[in-house]
Design a protein around this ligand. Sequence first.
Ligand code: F6R
Length: 361
Amino acid sequence: DMGGHDTYMHKEISEQADAVDRVLRGRIDDRFSTVHLGGLNLDAREARGVRRIKILGCGTSYHAGQIGAQLIEELARIPADAEPASEFRYRNPVVDPDTLYVAVSQSGETYDVLAAVQELKRKGARVLGVVNVVGSAIAREADGGTYVHAGPEVCVVSTKCFTNTVVAFALLALHLGRIRDLSVADGKRIIEGLRKLPAQITEILENEDEIKKLAAEYADAKSMMFIGRVRGYPVAREASLKLKEVSYIHAEAYPASELKHGPLALIEPAMPTVAIVPDDELLEKNRAAMEEIKARSGRILAVAHQVQEKADHTIVVPKNENELDPILMGIPLQLFAYHTALAMGRDIDKPRNLAKSVTVE
Ligand code: F6R
């Protein structure tokens, strides 16, 4: 049942305010400015003993994990990084007893992730799952974890699950942070930010007509560049994946700082750039990158918290706490990918060559 939408992708994009509301529900503890995650199976003493966090996933879930790793480093000050599960399992990784492993998967059935979990468990590692489908293989195999409560996702292309997974990571990061060195004041600040998310998502989605017009503006592109920096970089990667999956327009994502080390050679009017430009400590750096692109006659669509003079167009999104901005900045680009694909007549819910869950190697 598409509930009045023409595609599941559109339905699922539209459901995100409710989905985020669900992942937050019942978990916030205002008394201690923290959150509780029921099934983690990691007590405070164990959480304090974690020296490093390694996040494993594929595709969109891997990108959600990259934002998750940054949230964990920022809020809990535990070194963390994300890696594609398939790369991890084929490189004979060093499995360290003080590392907490986190497997991320919407379906909970992706073979590369499951195989990585099984290999880790065989070597005695502790593995948590951040999974959407309750009772799925990865959820069962993990030592504990949390469900992302996005509800069923039917479209092959993942949207609401990405957002909810990132929110679930914010909860995990806050939980670990408050057991370690995150102050009560910062805990409160993040909780207030989390509570704002559903209304801010609604605000972004109300901008759909404008995003649709912008999609038409850029639909002639043969290829698009997506750039971001630190918090904005995984957002750029995910937006680039979304566009290519559903529209088949070639897209690449680069850290904004890497442009001058090569990809700037590609910039010309036929290669527009989508720039993720949060109003944070890196704003000036991102403006400088946009200036370099303009100097090469590149067109720029910015996603930012205020209109960017250097850009040809700006999609303005509501500001949250710096750490939580990545949760919101990708959402208009889901609609951008959707409307680009729609205008091109693509089979949005079933992009060519792709399957919802990849249960083979
Ligand atoms: C992209 C997409 C894929 C999946 C990937 C992992 O829109 O849907 O990249 O994210 O195949 O799937 P899960 O999360 O089910 O493990």
